[in-house]
Design a binder for this molecule. Structure first.
Ligand SMILES: [Zn+2]
Ligand SMILES: [Zn+2]
Ligand SMILES: [Zn+2]
Length: 780
């Protein structure tokens, strides 16, 4: 940068451009105070590309300014690039903030929602402050962003704060470059901002009535302490809250929400409170307290004092710390952990529009703690865990989105990738940026499909991207695949401009491995191990236990689990005992099956299902690793029927004794593609159980067996292909026990192992994988 600074009579003027997340994060006041403190003249402003500045003064001081620009930037800023050029000095000694410039293309980045900062918390707790106890306090360093933005450039009139006119005091702060709230778009106070209200009961009173006069927050906390179910409006949607110690309340919430077993997330006041419930190491504490405030999955302590119904039989808990001032006030008033789960019935998307609360949550919540600042876009809580001291994102949403991912590669042409079906996300890629969307949910109904389509339209508007290429899964029945085809046919309302767009089909497991490569800023080739529940194979069968030799552009199927029938098709996914029947039939002699508990429990349907599998009637073949886990889970008596995706495998992991080192061996036959006999593990499970093996020990040996077959396959492929790096992807690797056992074996053999960190290993990462594959094939 220095050589560009042109010296003229002891004074230089340098034009500076800063790109990245630099708007709405206090960047201009930071530049203003930095320049004025150094005695430099010039100006700073926002335009569609980010922040521009001109600084004039002594060359050494300008250098000092440029150094501090990067090193002392405000906490929420993410600087991607600083460029400078010399200008002719104008004799300016004062420093000014220039009015915003309208630009042609909106290349500037919108920041993610951010937890209340320490300065705002201090004011919130200060009886002398005019925002004392005000549930919507925020500043340039914290508060809502993505969830309130309607359009760019990011300015108050283009957010859901538009209806709130700033009072004189707030306006003075907003216009004062020395103030922490200088150009803080959502800034407000009790005199001019949103107001809190407590309404209910939802199902009965119509129109809704205020529950009580007086302080809505105190009344809401009182309802929670009485064991009532409360709906609470958050940043990206409505939550349902109950007192986490209240047995009856937690059970009631489960009943009303039709959620049988899936654990509820909890909000606790701080890291110390988290440590009373869970083991929290330093990495996990950092994640809990980060300004992104995700739900962090943590090992549960035995004596927690929580209601049993919070997370029945689960070794883990999902904890988060308060991230809005309202949460801080509520948790302080409740004085204990509270359940804070998505406001929805069973698998529907989280409720976020005020108008749908009565209808959709009326049967669940006794009252609703709400306010009059609209949520522009539905955004769920993010879910992460610490793995080997690093963050591993499992659901990427509020607090992370819409921050772009730096992949180390770029997009020559703008790409839209439509993702898969479960845990749906989409991805828009342009230039150096990949914008992976918030978690949309399972694309199985009209409501989620609408969120998906609206989300794509919103992201296109925010980032001004017109895709020239649309990538999609190969599964012809996925709604995301159909959506891609409709886009190209010009049949999507509001997106007629994409008619004729180039379509690129990307195989599901290739997308998994590509997403892992992109997550690690790598390009391959690698030995990719993609283990999941279901993905459409290149040959039209259902894949899911795949060994791919892959780079970003292409793949070869170098190995897979031996296919087995799924008796009843989708029914076999919901009823793991059917997979047990299919695997046992492949693994064992007839006599060995007699007396097996799983056959006994399902004796009425068992013979018919066996027949179905043998004859191949309504029994598509699958190489899915998820189904292998299902079979083992059913045989070990974990469960015969599931209530949510992956439940049998999750509970099998919980059952397994982590200290057990024994393992089973699966036969591998070649040539390529190598075929791995998953049934060998099933036979070993049956024999070990028959010999009196404890289910926890057998479950652990099964896990070790799967890790072993992965290592065995990778060793064979390394010998043949000379590749030493293994990328692990697919939802099955959410299983920590399996992941750790697999990495340990691979590393022992000298492999370099790539795992996910910034993007989920599950189908939430598929859209990114599709986007980078399309780009690598020269389509994007
Ligand atoms: Zn703040
Ligand atoms: Zn005000
Ligand atoms: Zn998958």
């Amino acid at each position: 940068m220095g050589e560009k600074t042109q010296q003229t009579g002891g004074t230089v003027r340098t034009a500076v451009r800063v790109e990245g997340v630099v708007q709405g994060v206090g960047f201009r006041p930071f530049v203003y105070s930095l320049a004025t403190s150094l005695g430099l003249g010039g100006l700073v402003g926002n335009d569609a590309d980010g922040v521009f500045a001109e600084v004039e003064g002594d060359p050494a001081v300008v250098e000092e300014f440029l150094a501090a620009l990067a090193s002392d930037a405000p906490p929420l800023a993410r600087i991607e690039r600083v460029t400078t050029s010399a200008m002719r000095p104008a004799g300016t000694t004062a420093f000014a903030i220039a009015p915003s410039q309208p630009g042609t293309q909106r290349r500037t980045l919108v920041s993610a929602d951010t937890a209340t900062c320490a300065d705002c918390l201090a004011e919130l707790a200060d009886p002398g402050d005019r925002r004392f106890g005000y549930p919507f306090i925020n500043c340039t360093n914290c508060g809502p962003r993505f969830t309130i933005v309607r359009d760019v450039p990011y300015d108050r009139p283009r957010t859901t704060m538009a209806p709130f006119t700033m009072c004189e005091l707030c306006a003075a702060e907003y216009h004062d470059p020395a103030d922490r709230r200088f150009h803080a778009q959502p800034t407000c106070c009790p005199a001019c901002g949103p107001t809190l209200s407590l309404l209910g009961p939802l199902g009965i009173a119509e129109p809704r009535q205020p529950v009580a006069s007086g302080d809505p927050l105190a009344a809401a906390a009182a309802l929670l302490r009485e064991g009532k179910v409360l709906a609470v409006k958050g940043l990206g949607g409505y939550h349902l809250a109950v007192d986490a110690a209240g047995e009856a309340a937690a059970a009631e919430l489960r009943e009303r929400k039709h959620r049988e077993d899936k654990p509820f997330a909890l909000m606790v006041a701080d890291v110390a409170a988290a440590r009373r419930l869970c083991e929290v190491d330093e990495a996990a504490a950092g994640l809990l307290a980060s300004s992104r405030r995700p739900i962090v999955l943590l090992p549960r302590l035995p004596e927690s004092g929580l209601a049993e119904a919070v997370a029945p039989g689960n070794r883990q808990l999902g904890l988060m710390l308060p991230y809005t001032p309202l949460h801080h006030l509520l948790i302080a008033a409740v004085a204990g952990p509270m359940v804070l789960t998505s406001g929805n019935v069973s698998d529907e998307p989280i409720v976020y529009r005020d108008g749908e609360v009565a209808e959709r949550l009326g049967g669940i919540a006794d009252a609703v703690l709400t306010h009059d600042r609209a949520i522009e876009i539905r955004t769920d809580d993010s879910v992460v865990r610490a793995f080997r001291g690093r963050e591993a994102v499992i659901r990427r949403s509020r607090g992370y989105v819409p921050e772009p991912l730096d992949l180390g590669t770029g997009f020559a042409r703008p790409v839209l990738a439509c993702g898969a079906e479960l845990k749906s996300t989409f991805c828009l890629g342009r230039g150096d940026h990949a914008f992976v969307s918030h978690h949309i949910g399972d694309l199985e109904n009209a409501e989620t499909l609408r969120s998906f389509a609206e989300g794509i339209a919103h992201f296109r508007r925010l980032f001004d991207i017109t895709p020239e290429v649309v990538a999609h899964d190969l599964h012809p029945e996925y709604l995301s695949t159909k959506y891609a085809a409709q886009l190209a046919d010009g049949e999507v309302a509001g997106a007629a401009d994409l008619a004729g767009v180039e379509l690129v089909g990307v195989q599901h497991h290739h997308a998994h491995i590509a997403s892992c490569l992109a997550d690690n800023r790598a390009s391959g080739p690698v030995i990719g191990v993609a283990f999941d529940g279901t993905g459409y194979g290149a040959d039209g069968t259902i894949w899911g236990g795949e060994f791919l030799i892959a780079d970003l552009a292409g793949f070869e199927r170098a190995g897979h689990l031996a296919p087995v029938p799924m008796p009843g098709g989708a029914a076999a996914i919901r009823q793991p005992w059917r997979m047990a029947a299919a695997y046992l039939d492949a693994a064992c002699a007839d006599g060995q099956l007699d007396g097996l508990d799983v056959a006994g429990r399902n004796r009425r349907l068992w013979p018919g299902v066996l027949q179905m599998a043998r004859r191949g009637v309504n029994s598509p073949l699958t190489s899915s690793a998820g189904r292998l886990f299902d079979a083992a889970a059913a045989i070990l008596g974990v469960r015969d029927t599931i209530n949510y995706e992956g439940q049998a495998a999750i509970e099998l992991e919980q059952l397994a004794d982590p200290a057990e080192r024994g393992s089973y061996r699966a036969g591998i036959t070649g040539p390529e593609p190598l075929v791995v006999a998953g049934r060998d593990l099933i036979r070993a499970v049956v024999e070990d159980l028959a010999a009196g093996g404890a289910p926890g020990v057998v479950a652990a040996r099964f896990h070790n067996g799967v890790a072993g077959l992965i290592a065995d396959c990778c060793l064979l492929l390394r010998e043949r292909r000379g590749l030493n790096t293994v990328a692990l992807s697919g939802g099955v690797f959410q299983n920590l026990l399996l992941l750790q056992a697999t990495i340990a074996r691979l590393e022992r053999h000298g492999f370099e192992v790539m795992v996910h960190s910034r993007i989920p290993c599950n189908d939430g990462g598929i859209s990114l994988g599709q986007a980078v594959v399309a780009a690598a094939r020269g389509h994007g």
